[in-house]
Design a protein around this ligand. Sequence first.
Ligand SMILES: *Cc1c(COP(=O)(O)O)cnc(C)c1O
Length: 410
Amino acid sequence: MLTRTALDQLDRDDPLAPFRGRFALPPGVVYLDGNSLGPLPRATPGRVAEVVAREWGEGLIRSWNDAGWIDLAARVADSIARLVGAAPGSVAVADSTSVNLFKLLGAALTLRPGRCVVVSERDNFPTDLYVAQGMAAFLGGEHRVRLAEPGAAIDATGDDAAVVMLSHVNYRTGAMHDMAAVTRAAQERGALVLWDLAHSAGAVPVDLSAADADFAVGCGYKFLNGGPGAPAFLYAAPRLHAGLRFPITGWLGHAAPFAFKTEYRAASGLAQAVVGTPPILSLAALEVGISLALEAPLSDVRAKSARQVALLAALIEQAAPGIFRRVTPDDPARHGSQLCLSHPDAYAIMQALIDRGVIGDFRAPDILRFGITPLTLSYADLWDAAATLGAVMAEGAWRDPRFAVRGAVT
Ligand SMILES: *Cc1c(COP(=O)(O)O)cnc(C)c1O
């Protein structure tokens, strides 16, 4: 039997507890959706206001040099590199995750001429699949996407496969791949590997160098707390840089953008992955979020996350026994930083929870998803979330017809 008192003690002993005060969380809310949109760091509004009023308002165009705007994306990229075990210069920050997937799929297919298949998993995040489908349709000919059942991508990697594209942590189930093992197996079959770190970066230890990964992408607005629509990132192993060719070549990826030459000449390394003018306001916000993430030892974050996933599952089972089916693997080595439970009425149940200030999300067709963000989530929050869910189920509160109305964004 877990008690509220025991959880309060865990909060008192928690080395990450001071981070909570660095975020502006509204009172009365238990936020279990930081894996969809990370919460607002307290330092962000001031920093963004400063960039707007002083750097833009007063500095005007001089700020590209004087305020370091032209180097901001590379600076943020090197911070992200530290979070994901990448060498300096092997991460670029630009565009959205979707667009970066397109850029890297194009580069991967170019590096494997004669191989026309992109292998992925059927339950990968839809945008990853859509981008691959779009790339195959654009290239035409033999190009196609092959979708394997979850966990079976390597079996589907034949000698026609150019690239295996996988989410490290599955968005819907929280299941996590063994990055090093899958990378090795795909490479043994002659394919390149492209990892989507949307639910990994800042949440679980990732070592792209040690895993010898070829490519990766990730999101700035989830565990990196960069704000809605924050720029995304991409990674390419340094051993691939010399031969990289991206399917979109823009002026800021040119070796000398301000020479304004007619012919494109790629900047060295991953600098060519930046296509157009970077979004400075968004980058300024993202830099604050990443600096915060870098202050917290990732091993502490991971340990607390694994503990919170297990505790939330146990607390929910205690508050609402036998009602939900756990979808997230039990073994912490096999899951990311979320707890997913299935129930046929998951949508209405989640709406009823949100109505009572416990914010998670619903993922079709039947999943209640609870994101675990150890920098902001206390152990007492878990108690409150489980107790609220228990009450919603006991009272049948979710049966209220207003909770069946679907919003545009779930
Ligand atoms: C959130 C997420 C994305 C988001 O892509 P955007 O282009 O930033 O909208 C992509 N892939 C995965 C696996 C995600 O979880």
